[in-house]
Design a binder for this molecule. Sequence first.
Ligand code: ACO
Length: 325
Amino acid sequence: MPQLRSVVLGVGAYLPAKTLTNDELAKRVDTSDEWIVQRTGIKERHIAAEGETTSMLGEKAARDALANAGVSANDIDLIVVATSTPDWTFPSTATQIQAALGITQGVAFDLQAVCSGFVFAVATAEKFLRSGSHKRALVIGAETFSRIIDWNDRTTCVLFGDGAGAMILEARPSAGRLDERGVLTTHLRSDGRHRAKLHVDGGPSATQTVGHLRMEGKEVFRFAVGQVTDVVKDAFAATGLTPEDLDWFVPHQANRRIIDMSAQKLGIAPEKIIATVHLHGNTSAASVPLALAVASADGRIKQGDLVMLEAVGGGFTWGSALIRW
Ligand code: ACO
């Protein structure tokens, strides 16, 4: 059987219309634009309208990605949605998006790895496509974190926002060379001992409530900068490529300081960093595809470029995906 590789055909994004600036937040809690920008780089975030759900954001990002890829919804036979804020406990957000797009073939399911969700979803879809079982995947990261934020907690409410991003992947024959387009390697990790540092204090089985996000910010910061670089090093080791070979580093958009310190630790030049966190805050699983969509639309990421995705999230979970665009 010929070797297969998952090639990126297009990306897309959607941000809700309503924005919430730092100054507006400072009217609700004891904070300031200066504090938020200095500690996180975030200037504003987008907030879903009343009744606007995660699947609605995901559907819009999916339509944008389909148009960008020049692919019809009927050509998709695998949908993987990364989210921690599903519309309902069940059915999955993926099946809601599948129905909204009018897709009746193939399979659709959700995946939950919090802020690492999109990288986990790319790694999962890529394995399906590479096995030959499916042909074309729609991979989505979509979140409405505004619904699980404690808006009276200034240590968390300034950080997060709503949004969605999507990617279309297609299985194509490959000779296995590093200069050929497609996902070259993925590396995922998790360590459940860290639950208390970043979690939601509700859930259907434990409390029968949705709950609110709780975080030990300093501990998360330390882990994100200290530990997470190992999966990026694993991607370099698996391929023999180096930070110098990279065209773009697209990390989880949680905090500008984490992004810059991670790149510095890895020896990745600052001009190779794609950062959009100032535009939308931390949108969890949506953050990496939102950044990809911006950098693809503005012409920075081009076909043939070497792009490193990296993310870390609650669990903890963390992962990397190295892609020849
Ligand atoms: N506005 C003003 N002051 C604040 C705010 C706020 N929004 N939040 C906290 N403070 C105060 C604190 O109360 C504290 O005051 P004190 O010294 O009087 O006690 C002071 O600011 C310093 O607080 P620290 O928590 O020490 O601030 P720190 O420099 O660690 O920055 C931050 C906090 C931005 C949350 C940082 O720890 C961080 O970025 N952590 C990573 C968290 C993250 O990105 N999580 C995203 C989810 S996880 C993920 O995506 C990987």
